[in-house]
Design a protein around this ligand. Structure first.
Ligand code: MN
Length: 315
């Protein structure tokens, strides 16, 4: 009798980050939540990676979009060498460099600094969407972090898109977003000193390189999976929409990304290294700590020109 009941409720494979859970043989993979992220064990990133190990790391990256390694005491050179498995590294016009190296950036809050209220980055965002080829991935490692608090949270933008109605999907599938980073320096200077972002002081990017138009729905170049690619940081408007209309829709979409069932959250420890897919997830630091230093260093892997639904049908 029990068997019969079972057969009438056929159950598929366990789902992780919205897809069936793959098999991993060379690394250990522990999902962080049902929505995205996993912790990978059994790998020393200081050493050259065997092709089968690397293939499983890349599979985990594609599936989970956020992969976490613990206890990786890397030199900056080892950090860059590992990062290059994901693609070519790029400098950024706005992010402060680390150790005078153009290809490394830092995120730093000193113990004596009060909570830095930067509204656009205290929300879920994607990094540098104003670039023509926004980052594919960020590879970030903790040098110093609070004993508790200061986590980084992620939201799976594929799941956000997949949960929309067909009607709203059809509307945003055709939308394009104007992103601009042109104003951030002048806007920063108008803020009181204690509220200012720590920006890079000079860069060689041209004005043209600081503004781009991208599809609001981004298509994964390998899997074809779709995701919401519209967030408030650097957002100007949807092409052909007024600013007011654009803000109203963006606020609604941005609100959806806040839902807990799209999230994972990573607690940093010294030498924790996270690689996140900056194309298909949103992220934010959680500044819920005080009187402790938080110092993270990172590389930025350049991405493809974002593909939209129109590019997909044109192929
Ligand atoms: Mn960021």
């Amino acid at each position: 009798m029990a068997t019969q009941i079972h057969q009438s409720h056929e159950v598929g494979p366990p789902i992780a980050a919205g897809l069936p859970m793959p098999q991993f043989r060379k690394i250990t993979v522990e999902p962080l939540s049902g929505a995205c992220g996993c912790e990978i064990g059994g790998v020393d990133l200081r050493e050259p990676l065997q092709p089968d190990v690397l293939a499983e790391i890349m599979l985990a990256f594609e599936q989970f979009l956020v992969i976490v390694f613990r206890d990786q005491d890397l030199t900056p050179e080892q950090h860059k060498t590992f990062s290059r498995h994901f693609g070519e590294l790029t400098e950024l016009p706005q992010a402060p460099t680390y150790g005078g190296d153009r290809l490394m950036q830092e995120v730093r809050r000193e113990a004596w600094e009060a909570v830095n209220v930067v509204p656009s980055f205290e929300h879920f965002h994607t990094d540098s969407p104003f670039l023509a080829q926004p980052p594919k991935a960020i590879v970030m490692r903790a040098l110093d972090c609070p004993q508790w608090g200061g986590d980084t949270a992620f939201s799976n933008a594929c799941l956000v898109y997949e949960h929309l109605s067909d009607g709203l999907k059809a509307v945003i599938d055709t939308l394009q977003v104007v992103y601009s980073g042109k104003e951030i320096w002048s806007r920063n200077e108008k803020l009181p000193p204690d509220k200012r972002l720590r920006l890079r002081e000079s860069h060689d990017f041209t004005e043209d390189q600081l503004e781009s138009i991208h599809p609001a729905v981004r298509v994964h170049p390998e899997t074809g999976r779709r995701s919401l690619f519209a967030t408030s940081a650097y957002f100007q408007r949807f092409v052909g929409w007024s600013e007011e209309e654009s803000r109203a829709l963006l606020t609604y979409l941005q609100g959806l990304a806040q839902h807990l069932h799209y999230h994972c959250r990573v607690k940093w420890r010294k030498n924790t290294l996270i690689v996140w897919d900056n194309r298909f997830t949103l992220h934010r630091g959680v500044h819920d700590f005080k009187n402790e230093r938080r110092h993270l260093i990172r590389t930025t892997v350049i991405g493809e020109r974002p593909l939209g639904v129109a590019d997909l049908t044109a192929r």
